[in-house]
Design a protein around this ligand. Sequence first.
Ligand SMILES: [Zn+2]
Length: 53
Amino acid sequence: MPMMSSEDFTVHDDGCEAAADGMPISDLPDEVTAIDDLDCECWAEYDSLAEIE
Ligand SMILES: [Zn+2]
């Protein structure tokens, strides 16, 4: 499940240290349209947004 960091509102996979005290979000933000829009390396294991749940 994606998590949103409470510090800078970036989106991370659960378990990522950068979102340790963030909050779970059920849907990715509208501005995220491709896996490349997610900057953190915690998304490296995913090939497409469709794999994220
Ligand atoms: Zn991350």
